[in-house]
Design a protein around this ligand. Structure first.
Ligand code: GLA
Length: 377
């Protein structure tokens, strides 16, 4: 059933608007966004749909097809969310951040075909789809780069997750057949062609079935370490480190040295990867992905056993490259392989997981799709 039809059934009236916002895969540029650096994500075909209609009592009522239990109703101005319905903090936060733009009450029905906790940015997709639906309902016009900043505020200030600008930007600004090269300091972005099939390649997304939660302390800890290192180096953000050897020489703490090494080299890898894509050298990007994975594993220390095993098994089966994506400690990896080898790569990863007695991985379609858009109500 579509989100619109489910809305009709739940509320006994048709929705006024329906919006879709996709999840994302980040090709490269991990843990660079909150260091004011560069990222290169693209939007997935999968995402979150929000069907909505106005109501005049200043309340937001949210129902989700993925969450059992009673609907959550909160004042748009904010109010407590039941602990067992914590997902509702995302749409509630979207209404809360838009209240100063004149957005009022609404009834929402949420549906998603994107797995949650798979590191594919389901939370940013939920926030973005809700923001767009509410803006549409109340005739509020906000440029998408600004909307991405509002989405980040929802996660940072309302939900309490210190995430960066990458996920909402990918969901709102990406275009089919392209990756989005985003400068997280200026907020400026550009399109980079990314059509692996034209080069005889396939990009697989592999959900390792280890659920990740950004609210867990490690993400915030990495962020704090980066800020501490930037402070010690006298720069605004690690993006500004121009002399890596000099910076590493001046930091006494070995942990901070590792963090800086990752962020600075990862930023260079994004630029190099974007250059390769512009030159149509998709396969050559594989080495970049592997270098990124090793840096995330050894320097930034955010990988997890299933991600390492998936990348190793993929490489053994002849993939061109692969790496973990997202915040780390769970979620998904991506693998780039020649299309004729893709089956062998899948089998190799599945066999490695089976050999360890781990839950079977889930392979997803990862073709670059369009960013958020309106659906027929
Ligand atoms: C999560 C965050 C992003 C980004 C990545 C790591 O996905 O939501 O803002 O920091 O981790 O690159």
């Amino acid at each position: 059933m579509s989100a619109g039809a489910a809305f009709h059934e739940a509320y006994q009236r048709p929705p006024e608007v329906v919006w879709h916002a996709p999840g994302r895969v980040n090709l490269i540029g991990e843990h660079t966004d909150y260091n004011d650096g560069l990222v290169l994500p693209f939007a997935l075909p999968l995402g979150v749909q929000v069907a909505a209609a106005r109501r005049d009592d200043g309340l937001l009522e949210v129902r989700s097809l993925q969450a059992a239990g009673v609907p959550v109703t909160v004042p748009v101005a904010g109010g407590p969310i039941p602990a067992e319905q914590s997902w509702a903090a995302y749409p509630a936060g979207a209404a809360w951040v838009l209240r100063e733009f004149g957005v009022g009450g609404a009834s929402l029905l949420i549906d998603a075909d994107l797995p949650q906790g798979a590191g594919l940015s389901s939370s940013a997709a939920l926030v973005c789809a809700t923001l767009l639906a509410l803006c549409d309902l109340y005739g509020v016009e906000i440029e998408r780069p600004e909307l991405a900043k509002l989405a980040r505020r929802v996660e940072n200030e309302h939900v309490g997750v210190p995430s960066g600008l990458m996920d909402p930007s990918a969901s709102l600004l990406a275009t089919a057949g392209h990756a989005l090269l985003l400068d997280c300091r200026s907020g400026l972005s550009g399109k980079v062609p990314f059509a692996p099939e034209d080069a005889g390649m396939t990009l697989l997304a592999v959900d390792t079935r280890v659920s990740h939660a950004l609210a867990g302390g490690e993400y915030a800890e990495r962020r704090a370490e980066c800020e501490r290192a930037a402070g010690l180096l006298g720069v605004e953000a690690l993006r500004d480190v121009k002399d890596l050897a000099g910076a590493l020489g001046s930091l006494r703490d070995p942990v901070l040295r590792r963090r800086v090494q990752h962020v600075v080299t990862e930023n260079h890898r994004v630029e190099a990867a974007a250059g390769l894509l512009r030159a149509g050298a998709v396969a050559e990007m594989g080495a970049m992905l592997v270098a990124s994975h090793m840096s995330l594993r050894d320097q930034f220390q955010v990988s997890w056993p299933q991600a390492d095993a998936a990348v190793e098994a993929a490489m053994r089966a002849g993939a061109r490259g692969g790496r973990m994506v997202g915040g780390g400690f769970g979620g998904s990896v991506i693998v780039l392989a020649a299309t004729e080898r893709a089956d062998r790569v899948r089998e190799s990863i599945a066999a490695a997981f089976e050999g360890q007695g781990w839950e079977a991985p889930v392979f997803l379609e990862a073709a670059p799709a369009n960013g958020a858009h309106r659906l027929p109500a």
